[in-house]
Design a protein around this ligand. Structure first.
Ligand code: COA
Length: 169
């Protein structure tokens, strides 16, 4: 499927309107506070937003207060946080989520990233896309797993790695 990876930070509704209601509630009311420090990227095809995600440079609204300090440590080390990665149900399983990540790696080849998941099963998806599992946080409300991806300057990080992944898939 032909698609384009585009930044929609200045047209956030492009992404927000595609999100399910409970995800909208987690970001739309807070976006004013983030619009200068976070960036939204979407994959679109023939005018339809298939999915997207948000790259944060500060503690995001989906970070639980109990690990703010850990979040801040990652930002202090220059890592960006990937949050709200979401693809519409009918487009899942077509490697679009992986492509979104690799477009981001292409765009920011020298950048390290981190993220948190509350469903351990998702770790395989991120590990296949270059992330490593750092540790599990046992929080009162739920468990979270922290993953990070370090760029390897000088190594052909993006296209080469993506080809390997897609040949294996
Ligand atoms: C996670 C997500 C963005 C992946 O996008 P995608 O386009 O389907 O990703 P890909 O096609 O590149 O990879 C899909 C793989 O991830 C796996 N996967 C995705 N979500 C999973 C989950 N919750 N549990 C287990 N496996 C999952 C799929 O089973 C598939 O594995 P397979 O290739 O072995 O069949 C998409 O599934 C999604 O939007 N999920 C709902 C929102 C969400 O959970 N976002 C992540 C927040 S941290």
């Amino acid at each position: 499927m032909e698609h384009r990876f585009i930044e929609s930070t200045n047209s956030p509704d492009l992404f927000f309107n595609a999100l399910p209601e409970d995800w909208q509630e987690g970001i739309v009311p807070f976006w004013q506070d983030y619009k200068h420090t976070a960036k939204i990227y979407v994959l679109e095809s023939a005018g339809e937003v298939l999915g997207g995600g948000i790259v944060f440079s500060t503690v995001s609204p989906d970070t639980q207060p109990s690990y703010y300090e850990e979040a801040q440590r990652w930002f202090d080390q220059g890592y960006l946080y990937i949050g709200f990665l979401w693809f519409s149900e009918q487009h899942r399983g077509k490697q679009l989520g992986s492509k979104w990540l690799h477009h981001l790696y292409d765009l920011l080849p020298d950048q390290n990233f981190w993220l948190a998941i509350d469903d351990f099963k998702l770790s395989a998806f991120y590990q296949r896309n270059g992330f490593q599992l750092i540790h599990k946080l046992e929080l009162e409300e739920s468990n979270e797993w922290i993953l990070s991806m370090e760029c390897a300057p000088g190594e052909e990080l993006t296209t080469g790695r993506m080809q390997k992944i897609f040949v294996q898939a």
